[in-house]
Design a protein around this ligand. Structure first.
Ligand code: LMR
Length: 394
């Protein structure tokens, strides 16, 4: 049987984790995989999460099944968090799913049931896993212009012109906030224009919302998603609780669909539940129950929001420290964009050779496209990092 197989390509982001772990140099710096780290370089269990887990451990009475859509309290709490009162909930359905990736997967399967072989337009560039998930679901992938390598901002005019050419039956994958890998994001006015374009063309917006709260705050980061959903008739959202709740390995996310009306929502949801049942039957509960417990309790929620703000502010301050350190050493504003970007990542625009050199000579790890995870910048070595980046680009 297996002799028919050839070796599949490894995942570049996850492979980098292994390479970093195997590096024996004590001075190595991990700017690779998108995992938050505190000033000690640790990815902590959030205090609100710990407290929620303690409550769950003492209060949970059964481990019986919850159903295909998972934890209902979690689903409602996530809808409140993501959508607030931006849309009529009768048109919306949510299914808990394993992480952002699991949510993307079931929604891509749903698209393929509705429009077999449809094209998903992704930003150029986009998260390395979008393409495989779409292809493995039977869909086609094409790109729309997004990152401007000169300004390190968004090529908005080109992006909009490309979106304007799409039609009903096309799918547009958008990063709800904190664009991965670039760190360059749309302004509210630009989100308004994207929403208007999608309404005009009838292309289906599919929003990947993996970093809510990591950019400028929960409300500002939700602007684009709420704007789009309150404008168009149909939309999909893949939500992740991996980063903002620090629940990476618990695999907690949600697949959200919005249909034209309640009846269509019910029919579409029946297909989504059918896909889930045939894939993994029901999602694992632990992470969802943690998030439900936090979001439904005013005290835990306030504590979580404070911790989330600490993470966000630390990333913003590290961005500024790095761009200041580079400016001081080079007298140039070439890396100021790092301070303007938001979320966990910035795409530095270095060559593959420069990325390889930084790894070999300095033990600085980043993905081959020169994406850095700003949370991995060690506060006491910002100067070393600035020197290394400058020497790699000279
Ligand atoms: C990343 O982009 O590094 C994260 O989203 C982790 C992953 O699964 O790739």
């Amino acid at each position: 049987m297996f002799e028919t197989l050839t070796k599949a390509p490894g995942d570049k982001i996850l492979a980098l984790m292994g390479e970093y772990a195997a590096d024996q140099r004590p001075t190595k710096i991990d700017l690779g995989v998108g995992v938050y780290k505190d000033e000690k370089g640790v990815t902590p269990v959030m205090k609100a999460v710990r407290k929620a887990e303690e409550r769950i451990l003492s209060n949970e009475k059964t481990k019986t099944y919850l159903g295909i859509a998972g934890n209902k309290g979690y689903g409602n709490a996530v809808l409140d968090l993501v959508l607030a009162d931006s849309v009529d909930r009768a048109r919306v359905r949510i299914a808990q799913a394993p992480g952002g990736t699991g949510s993307l997967w079931v929604l891509m399967q749903l698209i393929n049931r509705a429009r077999p072989g449809a094209t998903v337009y992704v930003s150029d560039p986009t998260w390395a896993n979008h393409n495989p998930i779409a292809i493995n679901s039977g869909l086609k992938v094409a790109t729309y212009p997004y990152f401007d390598a000169e300004t390190r901002g968004v090529k908005f005019e080109q992006m909009l012109a490309a979106l304007d050419k799409l039609g009903a039956g096309d799918v547009v994958l958008l990063h709800g906030c904190c664009h991965n890998p670039t760190g360059a994001n749309l302004s509210n006015a630009q989100w308004d224009q994207v929403a208007a374009s999608l309404l005009r063309t009838g292309a289906l917006p599919f929003i990947d919302l993996a970093y809510l709260g990591f950019g400028d705050g929960i409300e500002p980061d939700a602007y684009g998603t709420r704007k789009i959903l309150s404008t168009v008739p149909e939309a999909l959202v893949a939500f992740s609780g991996s980063k903002n709740f620090g629940l990476y390995r618990e695999r907690v996310g949600a697949a959200i669909l919005m249909a034209r009306d309640a009846e269509q929502a019910e029919i579409t949801n029946s297909q989504l539940l059918n896909i889930i049942r045939g894939a993994y039957s029901q999602p694992p509960d632990h992470g969802a129950e943690i998030i439900r417990t936090i979001l439904e309790d005013a005290g835990l929620r306030a504590e979580w929001e404070t911790e989330l703000a600490e993470m966000r502010n630390r990333m913003i301050s590290l961005r500024k420290k790095l761009s200041d350190a580079i400016r001081e050493r080079s007298n140039s504003t070439d890396f100021d964009f790092v301070a303007d970007h938001r979320g966990m990542f910035s795409l530095l625009g270095l060559s593959n050779e420069a990325v390889d050199h930084l790894k070999a000579a300095n033990g600085v790890y980043m993905t081959s496209d020169s994406r850095i995870n700003v949370a991995g910048i060690p506060e006491d070595r910002v100067g070393d990092l600035a020197e290394a980046f400058l020497s790699a680009t000279r």
